[in-house]
Design a protein around this ligand. Structure first.
Ligand code: FEO
Ligand code: CA
Ligand code: CA
Length: 690
């Protein structure tokens, strides 16, 4: 159990109205998630109004004052406003100095300070190389990228737009497979004006979504990697709307999954809005279909049978206009197409001819990703977050045990693990804040592959409308649960809760697990902190499964990090000295090195800096010491991240560089990675260069 600092958590009244958007540019909001933050919070279940479950202290704060726990008067005097930091270096400009021996998990570095540079900035002694850029050839016959001569065919063979999840799977001593998600597209930044007609743009955009698999080879410096020659890389593959997926599990073939093109409801073309993911212990990659709801138009009325379902997931008919080039995106004529997205996808990158799968057993919601741990008895446990303000944490426990070994038979068996088992949703109960922001929790059963535990809903109902099912069993409404990932060293599970502009409002009061209803933010670098309503900087939640076993249905939890500027009263860094940590805002994806350190990427910094990647020890005297290791270029979000090659390599996905309001192809806000006069979302690898 963690004890929070003893400083009183005084409250301030709400001083500023909530803005219409989250912390990203209007462009990012529109193209990535269909302006989700402009919509009312879709979870109107009232779950999480846990006044009887949390301490009287917290209840008093949330109910009587309707606002914040935490944000006190800004205490500047006693805290260093800027944490320990040194002048940064950019890619290739690193100077060997200061670094001690060891891998990235152990090496000392001086934290990169907040900045607004159009560069991937690393500490002294490290450098970065770009491994794959938007448009780079992936498949054997892929043409050379020419931004003025893009075609649907070229997009289907080249590295897609807006890379997110990064997986690295070794295939030999010197080669590995890089597996990447391409979450969304931005036509303002992808297309020069007056070159393409609208329908061609849409076709290119559709095919710039999906995933890429490409072979990479070691570079000369330990930890560095290069893209292999694509004409000789037999594993290279683009997954796009031209790729068929097989539906698996109890909802496969359900009437709601059947369409004109697929009357059996078992084969779907493509995958959309793939955000984070995970590599399974059996060597496949899981990928989450997140804001899929935004792609569907309506030429007429919506099917009234699905009104509740559409509403809860945000399917409105206000799509991208894609139905003009592919009629399946018209809800009026194809009301079932949205039921074929919002799943967890499994891809076997070792077999370029394999058919990827969409696993209905893991439920349908705005899947951020899925990460698998193996329970003590050998069953597979997948942890998942539903990235929406006020939505839930989930886990799946397989019926069958994983088979060890790398043979084809074991692989075949293990690729069925996610089709039979039980799906759960999390309820977190506070035990009072006197002992810290921590408590207990339980995993509530929703359904197995044979029996639904939700009254009035069948197994398929629960899996297809998982949010509606979960609403009925009283889970805890969370602040945008993104990555949920088990730490292989200490067995605990870490949850990135990015932010929630509505937390602390009358409909979404604070509770012990979501205690910040008012936050200090900074409109620009160097500006004074300002107070805003809601949880603007996010948390990292640490979950400890009962008996250290991922299959158990109870746990304890503790808020390891309350993110923000260390000078803000509400922030908390596992008790570590706040004058010695980097400011951190909007945790999104997490990863671990072989020491068990937590690595966090951020999305939407509201402290005036570019986003970045941070290293945080989870144990020992430095537990909670948040240090910024990387900042990404202007307008970008940091995704991935992934430690690979015995922690010598940190892979980073630089998503949407230059996506700043007002930016266009002709007037870019970033030109990173500086190979062209426009930005190219890319994967970079960071390594020691001493
Ligand atoms: Fe695609 Fe939840 O970030
Ligand atoms: Ca507590
Ligand atoms: Ca994300």
């Amino acid at each position: 159990m963690t004890t929070l600092p003893r400083a009183p958590r005084t409250q301030l009244p709400l001083l500023t109205p909530r803005g219409p958007h989250g912390s990203r540019s209007h462009l990012t909001c529109q193209f990535r998630c269909g302006n989700a933050c402009d919509q009312p919070v879709p979870n109107t279940s009232g779950n999480g109004h846990v006044r009887d479950e949390i301490s009287k202290a917290v209840a008093r704060r949330s109910v009587l004052q309707g606002a914040a726990v935490g944000t006190g008067a800004l205490v500047l005097g006693g805290l260093a406003a800027t944490p320990a930091a040194a002048e940064p270096t950019t890619a290739r400009a690193g100077v060997a100095r200061a670094a001690v021996s060891g891998d990235l998990g152990r090496t000392a570095f001086r934290a990169v300070p907040p900045n607004r540079r159009d560069a991937l900035v690393t500490p002294e002694g490290f450098r970065s190389d770009v491994v794959a850029r938007w448009g780079d050839p992936v498949e054997k016959g892929a043409p050379r990228f020419d931004v003025r001569r893009q075609t649907p065919d070229s997009a289907a063979q080249q590295f897609g737009y807006n890379c997110d999840y990064v997986g690295v799977l070794p295939i030999s001593g010197s080669r590995a497979l890089l597996v990447v998600n391409h979450e969304y597209t931005d036509p303002n930044l992808m297309f020069p004006a007056d070159v393409y007609d609208e329908d061609t743009q849409k076709r290119i955009e559709i095919l710039s979504h999906g995933m890429s698999v490409l072979e990479i080879v070691r570079g000369r410096t330990p930890g560095s990697w290069l893209r292999a020659d694509h004409t000789r890389a037999r594993h290279n593959r683009r997954i796009s709307a031209r790729t068929a997926f097989t539906m698996t599990g109890p909802a496969a073939g359900d009437a709601r999954l059947r369409t004109t093109a697929d009357p059996a409801g078992r084969t779907v073309m493509g995958t959309l809005n793939n955000c984070a993911g995970g590599t399974t212990p059996w060597g496949t990659v899981l990928s989450g279909e997140e804001n899929f709801n935004q792609y569907f138009d309506a030429s007429g009325d919506l099917d009234p049978r699905y009104a509740d379902s559409y509403k809860r997931i945000g399917v409105t008919g206000a799509g991208r206009g894609w139905s003009s080039v592919d009629p399946r995106f018209d809800l009026t004529t194809e009301p079932h197409e949205p039921f074929r997205f919002g799943w967890v996808v499994e891809l076997d990158p070792s077999d370029p001819r394999s058919t990827p799968r969409k696993h209905t057993m893991l439920g349908r919601f705005k899947h951020e990703g899925a990460n698998v741990a193996i329970a003590k008895d050998g069953r597979a446990v997948a942890y998942m977050g539903d990235d929406e303000r006020g939505d839930y944490l989930y886990k799946f426990v397989s019926r069958d045990k994983m088979k060890k070994g790398e043979g084809a038979a074991a692989r075949r068996h293990n690729m069925t693990l996610l089709t039979h088992g039980t799906l759960y949703v999390a309820k977190l109960v506070g035990d009072g804040t006197e002992d810290g922001y921590d408590g207990t929790g339980e995993w509530i059963r929703l359904t197995s592959d044979t029996t639904s535990y939700v009254e009035g809903m069948s197994v398929a109902d629960v899996l297809i409308d998982t949010r509606l099912a979960a609403d009925k069993v009283g889970p805890t409404r969370m602040d945008r649960p993104e990555d949920v990932e088990p730490n292989p060293v200490n067995g605990k599970v870490y949850v990135a809760l990015t932010n929630n502009s509505n937390r602390g409002s009358a409909t979404l009061p604070v509770d012990e697990a979501n205690p910040v209803g008012s936050s200090m933010t900074r409109p620009s670098l160097g500006a004074p902190l300002e107070q805003k309503s809601g949880n603007r900087n996010g948390y990292v939640l640490e979950v400890t499964p009962a008996r250290g076993d991922h299959a158990t249905t109870t746990f304890t939890w503790d808020l390891m990090l309350v993110c923000g500027d260390p000078a803000a009263q509400e922030t908390y860094f596992a008790g570590f000295d706040k004058s010695k940590v980097s400011p951190i805002s909007c945790p999104d994806n997490v990863a671990f090195d072989s020491e068990g350190n937590l690595w966090i990427s951020t999305d939407g910094n509201v402290l005036g800096s570019n986003d970045g990647i941070f290293r945080v020890p989870t144990a020992g005297p430095d537990r909670g010491k948040v240090e910024q290791f990387v900042t990404v270029p202007r307008g970008a979000e940091a995704c991935g991240p992934l430690l690979a090659d015995k922690d010598r390599s940190l892979f980073v996905a630089v998503q949407h560089p230059g996506e700043i309001d007002g930016a266009t192809f002709e007037a870019p806000a970033s030109t990173w990675p500086h190979t062209d006069d426009f930005p190219r979302p890319s994967i970079a690898v960071v390594y020691k260069h001493a």
